[in-house]
Each structure stands twice: as C-alpha cells, then as structure tokens.
Design a protein. Structure first.
Lengths: 226, 226
DNA sequence: TGTACATCAGTGAACGCGCGTTCACTGATGTAC
DNA sequence: TGTACATCAGTGAACGCGCGTTCACTGATGTAC
C-alpha cells in the first residue's frame, strides 16, 4: 500500500519516520501560516501527504502532538542560546548575547514562540509522572541562571548581590516582554531592539560593574571583540 | 414580541441597550471561562438571552464585536492606571504605582489582557479612516509617557536623560513581560511581584535619583505615605 | 380618542464549513517453515 | 528457494459538533391622520 502522495510507507522499524515528518510539518505550518488555528490535524496530515487518521498511530491526540512540538522548539531555543553564548568575552557579554539571541529567536519564529510562551500552558504540561525539571524548557532557564550567577560574581566586593533565581526570572521576563509585545503588535512604532536592550541594561551594567565606564553597548562589544 | 428569555425588546431609541449587554456578556464570558475560544457569537447571545442573529443588528461581524470589546477594556485600563496615579507623592512614585496597577489589571482580567496584548493585532486594527491616535489604547500610552517625562525631569542636572518615548516603550515592555508571562505560565514558581519590580527598578532609581539613598521599594513607599 | 400603518428589534430555521476523532479495512512488509 | 502467514502502517468513509452567518419572517412599538 502506498501513502496518499506516493511515498512508500515506513517499514517495520521505521515507525519514527512519519512521527518526525509530522512534527516537522506542524512546525512548518506554524511558521508559514503564522496562525495557530491553521495547524489542524487535517492540515498537518495534508502537508505530510498522509490521511488524518494515520496521525493517531503516532500521537494519542492533538494535545500530545502540540506537546511534542513544544519540546522540539524548547530544545532548539536552548541550543540557540548556548551557541550564542560561545565566544563571549565575559559573563556580562554572554548575558547580553543570550538576550539578543532570545529576542531574535522569538521574532524569527513568532508562532513557535507563541505556543511556548503566549498561550495557555496546556501544551506544556508534562505528561503524568515526568518532573518539571525534565522538561527541555527548564534547561534553557538553568543555563541562563548559570550565566547570571557568574555575572553576579563578576561584580566587585561592593557591588549589589541580587538573588540569582529572582534575577534570572527578571531577565527572562524582560526579554520576553520585548519579544512578545513585538509579536503581538508588529505595527507599533517600536524603538530598535538595541536601544531597548541598552536602556534596560545600562543602569544594571553601572550597578554591577561600577568600575567600568558607561558606554553604548555596541561600542563596548566591538572593543571587546578586538 | 418578547426576547428569548422574556425580556422586552428594546424600544425605538434604545438600540444601544442590547449593544451594551452584548459587550458586557462578551467580557463576562472572557473573564469567567478564561478561554478565548469560549467566546462565540452563540455563547454571547445565549448569555444575553437572545438569539445569535440579533447580534448582527449591532455588530457587522465577530471581528467588529471583539474590536469593540478591546476598546472598552483599553478605556478601563487607562482609567485604572490614572486612578492608581492619584495620590502619588512624586513622579517616580506615580510610575511605580502605575506599574503595579498595570500588572494587577492584567492578572485580574487575564483573558481581557490576552485579547489586548497577547493575540494577533487583528482585533485592534482601527476601522478604516480612524487614526491610530484616536484609539483608546494610545491614551494609556500617552499618559504613561507623561509620567515618565516628569520622572526624567526629576533627575538632577547630572542624571542621565533618556529619551522619553524609548523609555516609555521599555517600561511598558517590562510590565508586560511580568504580566503576560504569569498569565501564560501561572504554575511557574515566580518570585513575588514586588521583588520583581524592585529588581527591575532598583538600579534605575539609583541612576535617575542618585542623591537619594537606596532603600527597598516598600519601605520607601511607606515612609512617603506618612 | 381611535384606527390604520410603517418601522425595525429580535426570531427560528437553515446553510456550509472544518474540526477532532472512530472504525473496520487493506495490503505491503517481514518471518517461519 | 518458495510459500503461507502474522504484523501493523496507513486508508477511506463516516460520526457528531459547534461555529459564523444568511434569510425570510413576526409582531410590539411608535406615529400620522
């Protein structure tokens, strides 16, 4: 028997092939249509070239499928942030790079970002019996907390020592604010992202690294790169 | 002829009565069900005690209805912020109060907040021929910009003088981040809102009012209130 | 004051649609003899 | 090497559902004479 569009069906051991194609198609649809409601079981099946019921051989229901998509996107987000961090010259620089990468990731894949952080958390609920810490989303968070811990330790003995966890939440919250508001209101006359990041971080830089001179972000980054 | 649930229908001049009831029902449904998809023409009509087609005598289509709901919510948000500002002892205090009120407003009416700032901007597009500045949403923004202008002027001659518009966007973005991430992920172990606000504003307070002593927000507020 | 009439707010039935999901099935693939 | 058989990935048809919207209508309200 052939698949609807002429592909041969998966062999015995290849059950995961279609599974992967389904996930890829779901993500593709999210990106292309930029419309969560366009991502239906039927549309996904269509895109893969398969009939809707065959989805159910790989996912219990739509909910489980979306949960799997979230998992993929979380992993990709974490990867992106970690890659962005390599090559940083110091923890503060690393934090800045991660922030920029986070925003760029969200703006480049707005509907993916949307299902992670702008919808009800249903899709993100762990399947029964899986601890929160096993979720790929928390990896990105823990990695960020790492960076921030090092930023805090960077400060001189007189610098304020905020709680790393609270500060991680605040940083996340800040970049999420920039990202999600732009996704929701792309037509608003936003200032440039660099301006916004500079405005948010400038006094922090001052407070945490009080012995450095205040300079525009971009200039500092360029100087460090030398 | 009587309405479906026994109310008398509106008299000639009272066309706006049902209109108002429809808007109220739509908002009620958003709040109660906390589920945008539960707000259908049919559900709204049911709630009002009227048949679905009668909605169309008051709104061209569902889109127009949601636009009207947004308008109402924007007005209420602006009111809430302005009320929160009265009684502030200085511009910085005013800004803080507005920030707190904004977050509380969002958390108290999460689905209302959601349709304003977490969905695609379709509902918020002005009807043809209406300038952006006529939208009630921009009132709240302009009022906030006012406050921030005064905060900036509060700083001594040596304090940094950031651009008021950019800074307004940043403040909005910051409180939106706190609000929307909590709405999307209510089960995350967030720090307290006060902690988060303090963490975001502390270095700013330092930078803008460098001649004041740094103190925890709450303590300062209490002292001022005396 | 009484009557004929126009208005128009709201009705009731129906439309076509796309959705998630189910069910019994088919037939290519792999395996045992 | 050839054949009978079990497996199970994917099919095709159908389900019931709630949705937004349309249409011709009804009958209470207000008005003109």
């Amino acid at each position: 028997m052939m698949t609807a569009d002429g592909r041969h069906r998966a062999r015995r051991g290849e059950g995961d092939r279609l599974r992967g194609e389904i996930l890829a198609a779901a993500e593709q649809l999210l990106i292309e249509t930029a419309d969560e409601s366009a991502v239906s079981i039927r549309a996904i099946a269509d895109r893969v070239g398969v009939t809707p019921p065959s989805i159910y051989r790989h996912f219990a229901d739509k909910e489980a499928l979306l949960r799997a998509v979230c998992r993929e996107v979380f992993i990709r987000l974490d990867d992106t942030l970690e890659k962005a961090a390599t090559g940083a010259t110091n923890p503060f620089d690393e934090l800045l790079r991660k922030g920029q990468a986070y925003i760029q990731f969200g703006l480049a894949h707005p509907e993916n970002y949307r299902i992670l952080f702008m919808l009800k958390q249903t899709h993100k609920a762990p399947p029964d019996g899986v601890a929160d810490t096993d979720l790929p989303g928390s990896n990105a968070f823990l990695h960020l907390q790492d960076t921030i811990q090092r930023v805090i330790e960077l400060g001189g003995p007189d610098a304020p020592k905020p709680d790393a966890y609270t500060m991680t939440c605040s940083v996340w919250t800040a970049v999420h604010g920039i990202t999600s508001l732009r996704i929701a209101m792309p037509d608003f006359p936003w200032p440039s992202i660099d301006e916004q990041l500079e405005m948010v971080t400038a006094p922090w830089r001052q407070a945490i690294c009080p012995n450095e001179h205040r300079q525009p972000t971009a200039r500092r980054a360029r100087q460090r790169a030398k």
